[in-house]
Design a protein around this ligand. Sequence first.
Ligand SMILES: [Zn+2]
Length: 155
Amino acid sequence: MTSPTPACWYCGREPAVEARADRFDLYGNLGKNPAGQVTYQTTTVRIPRCAACASAHNREGCLSVLAFLVGGLLGVLAYMALSQWIAEVTGWATFIWWLMIGFGAAGGAVGIGLASPLAKKLLGNRRSGTASSEYAPIRELLDGGWKQGTRPKAR
Ligand SMILES: [Zn+2]
């Protein structure tokens, strides 16, 4: 018992499996070197996770992608029907692409919202794969000004 296996953070029941640990990339300590280039540090926090939680998170990810695609497609179809109808009623036949993208994105968001009870059921008693930022060591870094990601956003 020199290095006891930590329990999975997501369910708190199963022992964590090293290969299925979740990873969370952060960067911080932004500064500038004498040449004026942005400097920063990066770190990756590993979150202990068991095999069951890892595969539940995979399914959760697939479900939200699917929900977004189906919802987005319905949003696009709704916009196409709407623009068709407006064109017939008003004779205004302009098809606005960014409105269609807006409808698609909104539909996707609604799709994810509608699928969330399903995702909860799928997850059961474990934390969501998107809850990683609540893991205490990550929370501390975020509170200390670190940001999620592998590098600062280019401006
Ligand atoms: Zn677990």
